[in-house]
Design a protein around this ligand. Structure first.
Ligand SMILES: O=C(O)CCC(=O)C(=O)O
Ligand SMILES: [Fe+2]
Length: 289
């Protein structure tokens, strides 16, 4: 019997990154980020700038929010898909989420998003596009609840998908459930801790990097009685911005994978019946063949 190692997400420590003044630390963390987003498209970030008491308060308020009557929660509507209340889906009955558009997001979480994206662009050698990249994006904050299935079986909390946005940062309570698929087809279970965040590459950064960065499939599997609460900060391309891999990302070894596209046009396809059933929706929508 061989001792199979349990696959784990890379863990990257951002807590010693006091300022960019410390070049060595910045470079060291940057190279770990690069390796992680190329290999896994995802990593666990240790980040201690958010006081633990605040997190506790936030999760307590989330519980109150989701405890509101359904007819109150559905009042949070939005014309954009996935920006309002989402829930009561027969295939994922444990799942509910509420989107908060243009959220006045907690500065420290968006700071983490910006550090990660700056490191990514630098490590790809395309930092000259940093301003354009940052200015062409906005944030969506989405809060999620997954009920415990209350049985001994494990149940699907959220079906396997890739994120469609730029970078997703997730923070959750102590209840496990998130799983990320490796390139060689193994599911990694994420073990949460109070000062850990999950950072994940979405399809639009996969496309912008011309496939150099991986956008991983992930899902939520629930067991037990306790509810899982999760907060996601999604950086998203602005409407009207055309996502196109810079010329530095395209060469003989890396032929262009996707035609230039608008993220919201893509979402219009993704949220059709065909799009929802399509594991490789971006390739179908704008892949170069
Ligand atoms: O609840 C989670 O940890 C994952 C949520 C997720 O994948 C999503 O909202 O796109
Ligand atoms: Fe996701």
């Amino acid at each position: 019997m061989g001792s199979e190692t349990i696959p784990m997400l890379p863990i990257i420590d951002f807590t010693n990154l006091k300022s960019e003044g410390n070049i060595n630390e910045w470079e060291a963390v940057k190279s770990q980020v690069h390796k992680a987003v190329v290999e896994y498209g995802c990593f666990e970030a240790k980040f201690d700038k958010i006081p633990l008491d605040l997190c506790k308060d936030i999760f307590a308020s989330l519980q109150e929010l989701f405890d509101l009557p359904l007819q109150t929660k559905v009042l949070n509507v939005s014309k954009k898909p996935y920006h309002g209340y989402v829930g009561q889906y027969p295939i994922v009955p444990l799942y509910e989420s509420i989107g908060i558009d243009d959220a006045n997001v907690y500065d420290k979480v968006s700071e983490l998003d910006q550090i990660i994206r700056k490191m990514i662009l630098e490590s790809l050698g395309v930092e000259k596009y940093l301003e354009e990249h940052m200015n062409s994006s906005k944030y969506l904050l989405r809060v999620m609840k997954y009920k415990g299935p209350q049985t001994s079986e494990t149940k699907l909390g959220l079906n396997s998908h890739t994120d469609k946005n730029i970078v997703t940062i997730l923070h959750q309570n102590q209840v496990e459930g998130l799983e990320v698929l490796t390139k060689d087809g193994k599911w990694i279970s994420y073990k949460p801790s109070p000062n850990s965040f999950v950072a994940m590459i979405g399809d639009s950064l996969h496309a912008w990097s011309n496939g150099r960065l991986h956008s991983p499939f992930h899902r939520v599997m629930m067991s037990g009685n306790e509810a899982r609460y999760c907060i996601g900060l999604f950086s998203i391309p602005k409407e009207g911005y055309i996502i196109k891999a810079p010329m530095e990302m395209v060469d003989e070894e890396h032929p262009q994978l996707f035609k230039p596209y608008d993220h919201f046009d893509f979402l219009n396809y993704y949220y059709t019946k065909e799009g929802q059933a399509d594991q490789f929706a971006l390739t179908t929508f704008c892949g170069v063949n």
